[in-house]
Write a protein that binds this ligand. Sequence first.
Ligand code: GZL
Length: 328
Amino acid sequence: MKRVLSFLAAAALLLAGCRAEPPAASDSADSDLISVGICQVGAESDWRVANSESMKATFTEENGYQLYFEDAQQKQENQFRAIRRFIQQQVDYIVLMPITETGWESVLQEAREANIPVILVDRMVDVEDETLYATHIGSDFTREGEIAMEWLEKKYPDETPVSILHIQGTMDSSAQTGRTVALEQALQRHPNWTRLASLNGDFTQAKSYEVVRDFLAQQPTPPTLDVVYCENDNEAFGTIQALEEAGYTCGEGGVTVISFDATRNGLSLCQQGKILLEMECNPLLGPLVEEAIQALESGETLPRQQYVGEASFTPEQVTDTLLEQRAY
Ligand code: GZL
């Protein structure tokens, strides 16, 4: 069913004092475009920028879509406002990249009452009623962390003490909770592994540089650091800068840096040997979301969960060709 912003609805919004954008030319009543409201987390990382670019490249007018794209600047309340705007605009579909897992019931119920299917992308929401969304397309973050821990267990196979600094992503986001759970389960298995601290890097380079710099400055003597577990590449960039400024060497014979996303910049540091394990997290989800929308248009029911395939990289696997061909 095609819905476009009707003149009456716009008038009602104006009378109610809401901000009703006048219908754009392409919102004409006979539009046969499928209108898609995309509610993005922000632009906090290379991964996020690539994810947004994938969505914008997919949902074009040439491909048959009217795209409404909102960047929430990493605030959940902005995501709530964006979804309510999409409902007022009577879009056909809402695509939500939820910044954190909790607090979504009421706004998702409003979308359901407006008969607008919601497709969850990337991170997950924690809701009792799973019918509040049509499907989730994203990564298995706990599995990503488990693969990283399996690699680390091979690197440190014996009972030698291992000191670990943990740089966490945006707290309560499923990317953070999944990757953290995997580390915590490994710490339970290895009493000789010690987590010195968990610092909140919020998936950004600036915050990670700041918290690692301050952590090191607060130590009476420079701590022995065997491993730094960064929950995304931008955290690794900031962390490596702070470590090197403090005199640490990252790589074989120095600090073992583990990172997630496997962006081109992250893989470049891996090729240089500064990141010893890159766990891929695929941001190029636009085509999968379009497949889901086309399936819903055809009346199909979607699986509740659709995980995307991902790889891992160590320095010897990162070739110049791989870097040149990297889409993000
Ligand atoms: C993971 C995604 C995370 C990335 C970060 O799917 O939610 O958010 O790992 C991004 O780079 O900020």
